[in-house]
Design a binder for this molecule. Sequence first.
Ligand SMILES: Cc1cc2nc3c(=O)[nH]c(=O)nc-3n(C[C@H](O)[C@H](O)[C@H](O)COP(=O)(O)OP(=O)(O)OC[C@H]3O[C@@H](n4cnc5c(N)ncnc54)[C@H](O)[C@@H]3O)c2cc1C
Ligand code: FES
Length: 279
Amino acid sequence: MFQVIAARQLSDAVFEMTVDAPAVARKAAAGQFFILRADEHGERVPFTFSDWSADEGWIRFVFMRVGVTTHKLSHMAAGDSLADLAGPLGNATVVGGLGRVAVVGGGVGAAVAYPVARAMCAAGDRVTVILGARTAGLLILREEFEALPLEGLVIVTDDGSEGVKGLVTHPLKETCEQRAVDHVMAIGPAIMMKFCAATTREYGVPTTVSLNPIMVDGTGMCGACRVTVGGQTKFGCVDGPDFDGHLVDFEELMSRQRVYVDDERSADAEYSRGCSCRV
Ligand SMILES: Cc1cc2nc3c(=O)[nH]c(=O)nc-3n(C[C@H](O)[C@H](O)[C@H](O)COP(=O)(O)OP(=O)(O)OC[C@H]3O[C@@H](n4cnc5c(N)ncnc54)[C@H](O)[C@@H]3O)c2cc1C
Ligand code: FES
């Protein structure tokens, strides 16, 4: 059992949880993820580390409530326990020697972008963060990003309620046009990563994306997370989650992400009917 040390709500559907997991915290690195089960009947679901302390033995993650497991997690509080938690899994993001990097974090992807931007700053890269959300209320971890030694922080909202109005690809395109970037790291919904990669391809700027295919075992055994990169089959869990964004088949990724959508919707509806919170 893994005890929840702290839990808080960051925005309407986004939550943060800190869990006591000393053995996992000792080995965690930016860009890696873990798989948890909320309870002993629960499914295995992957989440990326948003923070951790090797000394104090905790890991932290940020999640969006989208279905049954994340609904269950959103009701957990300090003192509750997760049935199990396995990690770190996947490869750490490559940092250092990248020069001027634009880290793009969209939606809950901002939580994954945070430790990556922090590790890049610590490794001597010159980092500008482009932080995007649909609306101001969905922007997360702004203060944490502001505390990093960044070259710049650009806030973008679809509806213009905070920062620049529009999509993250607009400031990204400007940065590319000004030849002010050597590498781009895009983390967020598949559609956002697809358009970030399309934007940077035009300017020949190397672009890494952090993919989130459906995962089951997280160890390269089940094949659930297969993605096509440069015409080759790769497993998101052991070959990734980071890949060259210019080579990823995003249409296939998005279509595979939708495979269980009907089952997920009916499971969520049933769970929500029985839940007193009425989300
Ligand atoms: C490497 C990796 C890191 C991730 N990190 C984060 C994170 O830090 N924060 C966050 O909010 N989300 C993250 N996700 C997505 C997260 O795993 C899903 O939101 C979660 O599994 C949804 O479960 P559910 O039961 O609440 O929803 P469901 O109703 O079961 O599913 C809702 C949607 O979540 C996705 N999903 C469902 N099951 C899985 C699964 N086993 N593996 C991957 N995706 C699934 C599908 O796209 C699905 O349509 C990550 C996914 C991957 C692969
Ligand atoms: S999740 Fe099973 S092979 Fe990657």
